[in-house]
Design a protein around this ligand. Structure first.
Ligand SMILES: NC(=O)c1ccc[n+]([C@@H]2O[C@H](COP(=O)([O-])OP(=O)(O)OC[C@H]3O[C@@H](n4cnc5c(N)ncnc54)[C@H](O)[C@@H]3O)[C@@H](O)[C@H]2O)c1
Length: 285
């Protein structure tokens, strides 16, 4: 009998070769996207101040019990391990054509709507990556391991001065660590925001179990506490792919509202690049 890992690698290879590339919204395909972190269904999206709520939800209970034991050790990373990148919906056309490009390459290419904080992005253009093939953080396409990131929260709260249009036109591109590793491009992982000097880097997927705080990825709320002043930066653990991720590596698109999902769906349809598009308000704030 094939092991899980063998099965996932062969599924990834078939997906990348186009054999399994999803073109319709079949139940199976939707479930692949639907298998994302459970906090997204456990928690509503009504709060305007989600980072600072102390309410006990099933997710926070889970976090308190699991994290107090050990990061990663008792809560294995999810299988598959999802990786998400959010971007403006207007980028879909060029992302289908050119792939999702690292900031160093996207500038001057298809990038139309800069949603990131320009100060932080400048920092990432200077921050050297300490593992092969090195370069700077901006040379890599960034993914988070969970939706509802601190970066998206900043956008939602209007704290990115150069992009104040909110999150209604932002879509998530969904992939998995296995798919990204199967691309043959260098992939590296960090235990927190990659721009920080204290970030730990690894190129070994097997290190992910301990590198990333998996209980925190399941939690809806990630504010720092006096006991744990690094929760916010650990929630920004990253999967970084060198230079470019082709469209074939994405298994789904997620939008906050039906209107944006319809735009995404129509764009992909017109390009013959359809993959399942889901509406998931609870991936947003
Ligand atoms: N966006 C995310 O989901 C995400 C995930 C992890 C970390 N981060 C980090 O947060 C900060 C801001 O990130 P960012 O979202 O500006 O990403 P980024 O720094 O990688 O900037 C590149 C921008 O160009 C877009 N882009 C890439 N290829 C494109 C193409 N072919 N056509 C059109 N647009 C294209 C990207 O979606 C992104 O908006 C960065 O410091 C980033 O590394 C973001």
């Amino acid at each position: 009998m094939r092991s899980d890992a063998t099965h996932r690698i062969s599924e990834s290879a078939r997906l990348l070769s186009g054999e399994l590339h999803p073109r319709t919204s079949s139940r199976l395909e939707r479930d692949r996207v639907d298998g994302m972190p459970p906090h997204s269904v456990e928690v509503g999206h009504s709060s305007r101040d989600p980072a600072n709520r102390g309410v006990a939800t099933p997710a926070t209970h889970y976090r308190l019990t699991a994290m107090s034991c050990s990061r990663g050790a008792l809560v294995p990373r999810p299988n598959p391990t999802y990786a998400v990148h959010f971007t403006h919906v207007s980028h879909l056309e060029s992302i289908v054509a050119q792939g999702l490009l690292a900031d160093s390459h996207a500038q001057g290419a298809g990038l139309k709507v800069e949603v990131g904080n320009t100060g932080i992005k400048d920092q990432r253009r200077r921050r050297e990556v300490p593992v092969a093939p090195r370069g700077v953080v901006a040379d890599y396409v960034p993914f988070y391991f969970a939706p509802r990131s601190p970066m998206m929260f900043a956008i939602e709260c209007g704290n990115v001065p150069t992009y104040t249009a909110g999150c209604d036109e932002l879509v998530y591109l969904v992939s998995t660590v296995d798919l990204l590793c199967a691309l043959g491009q260098p992939v590296t992982f960090t235990d927190r925001n990659a721009a920080l000097n204290v970030a730990r880097y690894s190129t070994a997927p097997e290190d992910l179990d301990d590198l990333v705080d998996w209980p925190l990825m399941k939690a809806a709320y990630w504010r720092n506490t006096s006991d744990d002043p690094e929760r916010r930066e650990r929630r920004m653990a990253e999967c970084l792919v060198h230079r470019r991720v082709p469209w074939a590596a994405f298994t789904g698109v997620v939008a906050r509202k039906q209107t944006c999902a319809a735009v995404a769906h129509a764009t992909l349809d017109s390009l013959g690049a359809s993959i399942p598009v889901s509406v998931r308000p609870n991936w947003y704030f």
